[in-house]
Design a protein around this ligand. Structure first.
Ligand SMILES: Nc1nc2c(ncn2[C@@H]2O[C@H](COP(=O)(O)OP(=O)(O)O)[C@@H](O)[C@H]2O)c(=O)[nH]1
Ligand SMILES: [Mg+2]
Length: 429
């Protein structure tokens, strides 16, 4: 994918004087790997032909040519016919907020179910628009609209309906198998931490910080998008960190199922970090927090430990931070950080390890067999090895390991040669 192909313009047309907030749309563009190089806002009733007025369309055409823009994304709803007219006039693809959100979901969808739900939403959206095409083709209003005559438009419509049927059936099948899949997750014993929160809360920034992703901040947007889940080491202990799909204000109804099943990955984690943007007003913070918690419950998060992370503290002063801390319900553990500057992330890491508490520190004395050497390798990758001492044909290992792995080591030892020792982390804090 050429970087140039990722340049987009965002357009927002409003009927009235209500406030424009394109921040979320721009953030969604960034998440999907686009660079917004032009923004157009217009207040007027929809122009029948182009949705925006012809004058502004001309302006848009100049911007498209000047910046090498390859796609124009509308924040407001736009009729298929208008979409077609604008695309034809500009010579580039025209997209919508809904399609952009679907793209973002696709980047985060890991399960077969989520992928199918996204496909289904895409098809349903296409169907609603195909209806309009059929109507127009029949009216003869748009001869050759998308190259379709009335007959072809009908066939096209029926083809989409057929595919919807097919995907729905597959989805039913997958849902039936889902219960089984749940038990097949991660057998390595390495815990997973999921980052959740609204778009723009700082999930990706914290993800990069925790996983040392500096190398990923390359000029190619796609390199950062390919890995939403990474094996990281927090104070030497391996932990999977997952950057989950963000919550979005007003998820279109058509996309709710796709959103929930994409988010469901959170339910398989051992700890959820719910990020909050501290620079927002109290009411927004609380509203977002409540919607987030409700949504998490809806996708099956019940007993998973959760920490509320107050991010962007570099943007607020001490008093304001104390105020925010006081409005968060006492039931939640909170930690205030700046993911951008790394402030207090150490405290967060300590909290992560303590909450996970799935590592056991032990000392074991074993015969240095090939099998033991293999286990030692595993301890290096899935745990943290503090000391390896050879003594004749025996080896003494002091390490941290996930419970399951430590248990395997225990079974390899003769009785009395395995003992649990005070965790290095616990004794340090
Ligand atoms: N000032 C400040 N900005 C931050 C911080 N964390 C993230 N940001 C900015 O907030 C915006 C959204 O961050 P991002 O990580 O993409 O949010 P996401 O949508 O939750 O993944 C970016 O412009 C970040 O640079 C922070 O701690 N302080
Ligand atoms: Mg992000």
């Amino acid at each position: 994918m050429n970087l140039r192909d990722r340049r987009v313009a965002v357009v927002c047309r409003l009927d009235d004087e209500s406030e424009v907030d394109l921040n979320e749309l721009v953030e969604l563009c960034k998440t999907a790997g686009y660079e917004v190089t032009h923004t157009l806002v217009q207040r007027r009733p929809p122009h029948p032909r182009y949705n925006i007025g012809p004058g502004r369309l001309k302006e848009l055409k100049t911007a498209v040519e000047r910046h090498g823009i390859s796609k124009v994304i509308f924040d407001n709803e736009i009729k298929p016919q208008q979409e077609y007219n604008v695309a034809k006039e500009l010579g580039v693809e025209v997209s919508t907020r809904l399609k952009l959100i679907l793209e973002v979901f696709s980047l985060h969808a890991s399960s077969a179910e989520a992928k199918l739900q996204i496909k289904l939403a895409e098809l349903k959206y296409e169907l609603s628009r195909a209806k309009e095409r059929v109507r127009l083709a029949k009216l003869g209003e748009q001869p050759g609209f998308h190259g379709l005559g009335a007959y072809e438009a009908d066939i096209y419509y029926r083809e989409i309906a057929r595919r919807i049927n097919h995907v729905s059936k597959k989805l039913e099948e997958v849902s039936r198998r889902k219960q089984l899949m749940r038990f097949k997750r991660e057998e390595s014993g390495i815990p997973t931490v999921a980052l959740a929160g609204y778009t723009n809360a700082g999930k990706s920034t914290l993800f990069n910080y925790l996983t040392g992703g500096a190398a990923e901040v390359s000029p190619k947007p796609f390199t950062t998008l390919s890995t939403r889940r990474r094996l990281s080491r927090i104070r030497g202990r391996p932990v999977y960190v997952t950057d989950t799909v963000g919550f979005i204000k007003n998820v279109p109804t058509l996309l709710i199922s796709a959103f929930h099943s994409t988010l469901q990955e959170v339910a398989y984690s051992n700890l959820i970090l719910l990020l909050v943007d501290s620079s927002e007003p109290n009411q927004t913070i609380l509203e977002k927090l409540n919607v987030s918690l409700m949504t998490l419950r809806r996708v099956g998060v019940v007993n998973t430990p959760l920490v509320v992370v107050l991010n962007k503290i570099d943007l607020v002063d001490r008093d304001r931070l104390a105020e925010i801390e006081s409005i968060i319900p006492k039931a939640y553990t909170t930690v205030a950080i700046s993911a951008l500057e790394g402030t207090n992330v150490e405290r967060l890491e300590e909290l992560i390890l303590r909450t996970l508490d799935v590592f056991l520190t032990f000392e074991a004395k074993l015969k240095a067999t090939h099998e033991v050497m293999r286990v030692l390798n595993e301890l290096h990758s899935a745990g943290r090895v503090y000391e390896v001492k050879y003594d004749g044909d025996e080896v003494v290992i002091r390490a941290d390991a996930p419970h399951a792995l430590a248990e395997r080591v225990r079974k390899m030892c003769e009785s009395g040669n395995f003992r649990v020792v005070e965790s290095a982390l616990k004794s340090a804090t």
